[in-house]
Design a protein around this ligand. Structure first.
Ligand SMILES: CC(C)(COP(=O)(O)OP(=O)(O)OC[C@H]1O[C@@H](n2cnc3c(N)ncnc32)[C@H](O)[C@@H]1OP(=O)(O)O)[C@@H](O)C(=O)NCCC(=O)NCCS
Length: 179
């Protein structure tokens, strides 16, 4: 099996396992939730980042109707490194929005690729969706490259679509993949 330029085996799920949330993942998720740059890339403006607010966010993610929320963990150590989620699911149409994040200190090790591979597989096989979509900031090159490499196609750009925490407007690319 070949190596990518990050030295990761090309079977992406060899580097990570996808599992349910455990209490030990709280600090990692809080780290993501408290990181302004991550929020800016996840198209979210977080008002409260105290422990209770992070717990409420995890609870909301886990109970999203028709959706899915899982932890991306290192296959060898079991350490949580990020999450995948599917939300805004339209059951009748069989479509939903996928999202993912890897905490910055674990970037560049192939976890993102493992995460998106799992996201597509779970969207299709576990939720029975026909299509996944994603909205990505136009300047989020890492995520755009990752989605295109995973089989998504670009639909178009929403102009000045996302207002970040400082009030700056950002273009947002819409991508989709039929599963
Ligand atoms: C996008 C993100 C999940 C990538 O995670 P990662 O673990 O660093 O990604 P990987 O190491 O698996 O890299 C997979 C691919 O992503 C792309 N990529 C990752 N980092 C990149 C970068 N800095 N520049 C360009 N492409 C990049 C490449 O296509 C790469 O494949 P390659 O290694 O064959 O070149 C991570 O940067 C992240 O969490 N970003 C903030 C949150 C976010 O943007 N989520 C998506 C919202 S739509």
């Amino acid at each position: 099996m070949g190596q990518s330029k990050h030295g990761v085996l090309e079977d992406p799920e060899r580097v990570a396992v996808i599992r349910s949330y455990e209490d030990a993942d709280f600090d990692m998720l809080a780290e993501i939730r408290r990181d302004p740059l991550m929020n800016a890339m996840l198209l979210t403006v977080v008002e409260r980042t105290d422990d209770a607010a992070v717990r409420e966010w995890i609870e909301r993610r886990q109970t999203e109707p028709g959706g899915l929320f899982r932890i991306v963990a290192d296959r060898h150590t079991g350490t949580g490194v990020g999450f995948i989620q599917i939300g805004q699911v339209h059951r009748k149409n069989g479509v939903g929005y996928g999202g993912l994040a890897v905490t910055p200190r674990f970037h560049g090790h192939g976890y993102g690729r493992a995460a998106i591979t799992a996201l597509v597989r779970l969207g299709r096989d576990e939720l029975g969706l026909r299509k996944l979509m994603a909205e990505i900031r136009s300047d989020n090159i890492a995520s755009i490259e990752l989605h295109l490499a995973a089989g998504y196609r670009a639909i178009g750009v929403f102009s000045q679509h996302f207002l970040d925490a400082t009030g700056s407007a950002h273009d947002v690319l819409l991508v989709e993949q039929l599963l």
